[in-house]
Design a protein around this ligand. Sequence first.
Ligand code: PMM
Length: 292
Amino acid sequence: MTALRVVEPTRRPKATAAVGRCRVLGILNVTPDSFSDGGRYGGLDAAVARGVALVRQGADIVDVGGESTRPGAIRVDEAEELRRVIPVIAALAGAGVTVSVDTMRASVAQKALEVGAVMVNDVSGGLADPAMLPLIADSRARCILMHWRAHSAVMDANACYHSVVGEVCVELAKRVDSALSAGVRADNIVLDPGLGFATAAEHNWSLLAALPTLRELGFPILIGASRKRFLAECVDYGGLDAQSPLDRDDVSSAVAALAASAGAWGVRVHAVAPAAAAVRVASRVEAAEVAG
Ligand code: PMM
């Protein structure tokens, strides 16, 4: 592996493209075991129908994943991940849907790009597979690089920070440096603080509050809060133990509105229609602010 080169922040290339309206990434997990929608879209027809429905509800991009990253999850093997995602991505891309592939494996990303995906969402930010960043560079695909410390089986043990916002920013900047060193173009990089990945609830709230600081890294920011456990404290019914992740959709949409109005490039959500509405409201308020 090449040695990590940390570029002096003022000299690091930044993305130059305008952020524009906050995008809605609709989640399509074709896994048996994701924490909120595992097992629902295992068959090809059901998965493709769900992806098309997400677009009708307002998704700009459908993010297809074949490996659960819930806390404690054990890795799926490559052949199984390919079997799960590739036919779905091929069918959705063939139907004109803009698709990203949620994978930590370069081999899966490569095949997904070959059948029509246009973006790679790597929750490990290129750390899990040394072939990932060179692949993204060669393919010139857009990528989401998430803050990540360890695989899901052990990530909770890594949720230790003195100052979570500062440490996440430093670690994301290192991911950017590795990507740029591998030849990834700055304009193709989106960053994600990785809510719930080696972070506890209070860290997630701090990171959400720090979106302006994260934006100072100079790259578009994606927020993936949808249905995550830390939102449970804001759900006002059912009692925390009785709650299912689906009870968190209202709160997830509130987070989408706040993230959009704080300048997020995108939000990754399960319930697309209310999140898309939230994003439209944020965008309308912003237009009114500009108009004065
Ligand atoms: N969260 C999950 C999976 N993939 N990708 C990005 N970029 N950001 C996230 O926060 C993220 C992700 C886990 O949630 P899921 O099981 O509902 O997909």
